[in-house]
Design a binder for this molecule. Structure first.
Ligand code: PLP
Length: 458
């Protein structure tokens, strides 16, 4: 084991962490967990503490930790060809093979995949392509993008604007003007409690229509959404939502970008979330599960309809002026190829469906009647427990009480990692897709114990 006692100090002195309370971290008031090894669904820190990681890192280690096949593929790629770029038609065996493997798994109406590095940059790419698309079509006014409150699409300038969570906007001068937000498809937090799910979905579609009418359809290029709200609270769409939304977009010639960064590559118990929910996207964003985070890689999958216009555009205006040095990086691509092979050979998509259903049911059985559990929800290998101060009046806890961070900390003390979702008292779960039923039982029982511990000592 590493015995460098300086690490903890260096971490506070030198390392600026993402999504962290900078002052508390620097002062040593919050934990700095230094993770050292991992295998299957477990991580171990340098003090020897072992945790069942029920959030798979940041819902990304779909195949589980420590897969030697992926490590070998990365090492072999690094030895043979660590890097070559993909500009001006260059490729590598790994990047071309991965493109083919992704397209073999994508819905039939999709045409090509462009590779980036992470989900945020993939969404930046998507918006640029949408703008290019409408300029080529002679529609230079049609540029605004509609996203949803509580959507998460990254934290770049544009992707952070698309995100609909205040933490990612405040003091950053975001969102940018080109981005509009519409109603969040979050049935549990609806304002009008008398609405059925179907009525609420119809309201979401009506609100979207109203926004389009107000702005003018001729100014709106695309609608971006996760098939299932992820970071905003792990909220499956209400009944009839996608059936109500898609015709509105089609009627107004608005492209649909399905952000599959979380839902792609098996997490829903199906390869992608779009077919799972009957969505027909024009562009799909992929990242996380594409390589199970063994190396950074993302992608934009482009439909035949959009591709044709892009192709025509380059015939008219020359090469596409877009790309990163590391687009389609061979090491990421080699990790992706090995990862997708394992996803198939270990039947992990099926396990996400079956064990995910077991996990969600077990969580509901253990907690649904609890006085402070407002809702247990999920789909595939995704689950959320939303806590409320009062179930009958649906009163939410004062965020200052930090109920969920306390519960999650209590769970970690008991050896299970879950995520306190950023907005609301919501405990989130997105374990590796190889989770076993026994591990699911552990996550459920530790959750129940931690909730009891924190809520009873209030
Ligand atoms: N889109 C979705 C749906 C995500 O959940 C995330 C990250 O969690 C992103 C985009 C951004 O991806 P990244 O953090 O790799 O930039």
């Amino acid at each position: 084991m590493l015995t460098n006692d300086q690490l903890s100090k260096w971490d506070r002195d030198s390392f600026m962490h993402p999504s962290t309370h900078l002052a508390q971290h620097a002062r040593g008031e919050s934990p700095n967990r230094i993770v050292q090894t991992a295998s299957g669904c477990h991580i171990t820190d340098r003090d020897g503490n072992r945790f069942l990681d029920a959030f798979a890192g940041l819902y990304c280690v779909n195949i589980g930790y420590g897969r030697q096949e992926v490590a070998e593929a990365i090492a072999e790629q690094a030895r043979e060809l660590a890097y070559y770029h993909a500009y001006v038609g260059h490729g590598t065996e790994a990047s071309i093979t991965l493109a083919q493997m992704v397209m073999d798994r994508a819905p039939d109406h999709m045409s090509k995949v462009y590779f980036g590095l992470g989900g945020s940059d993939a969404n930046e790419t998507n918006i640029k392509l949408v703008w290019y698309y409408n300029n080529i079509r002679g529609l230079p006014q049609k540029k605004k993008i509609i996203s949803r409150w509580r959507g998460y699409h990254g934290s770049g300038l544009m992707s952070g604007s698309l995100t609909g969570l205040s933490l990612f906007h405040q003091k950053f001068d975001l969102p940018l003007d080109a981005v509009l937000h519409t109603t969040s498809p979050y049935y549990f937090r609806r304002d009008d409690l008398s609405l059925s799910e179907a009525e609420f979905s119809a309201k979401c579609a009506a609100d979207l229509e109203e926004l389009i009418a107000r702005e003018g359809a001729g100014t709106i290029a695309a609608f971006i959404a996760e098939p299932l709200l992820g970071t905003g609270g792990i909220v499956p769409p209400p009944a009839g939502y996608w059936e109500a939304i898609q015709p509105v977009l089609q009627k107004h010639d608005i492209l649909l970008i399905a952000d599959e960064v979380v839902t792609g590559f098996g997490r829903m118990g199906s390869m992608f979330g779009s077919p799972h929910y009957g969505i027909t996207p024009d562009i799909m964003t992929i990242a996380k599960g594409l390589t199970s985070a063994y190396a950074p890689l993302s992608g934009s999958i482009i439909s035949n309809k959009v591709w044709k216009v892009l192709e025509d555009g380059t015939d008219e205006f020359g090469p596409l002026g877009h790309g990163w040095t590391y687009s389609a990086h061979p090491i990421g691509a080699a990790a992706g190829v090995a990862n997708l092979k394992l996803l198939d050979s270990l039947n992990l998509v099926e396990n996400a469906r079956d064990t995910g259903a077991y996990f969600n049911q077990a969580m509901r059985t253990a907690l649904a009647e609890h006085a402070q559990v407002g809702e247990v929800r999920g789909d595939g290998m995704l689950c959320a427990v939303e806590l409320v101060e009062d179930r009958d009046t649906r009163t939410f806890f004062d965020p200052a009480k930090k109920i969920t961070p306390q519960i999650v900390a209590e769970m970690a003390r008991r050896g299970v990692i879950a995520r306190a979702m950023p907005q609301g008292d919501i405990i989130g779960y997105a374990p590796p897709l190889c989770l076993s039923r026994e591990e699911a039982d552990t996550v459920v029982s530790v959750t129940a114990e931690a909730i009891k511990e924190v809520l009873e000592r209030r």
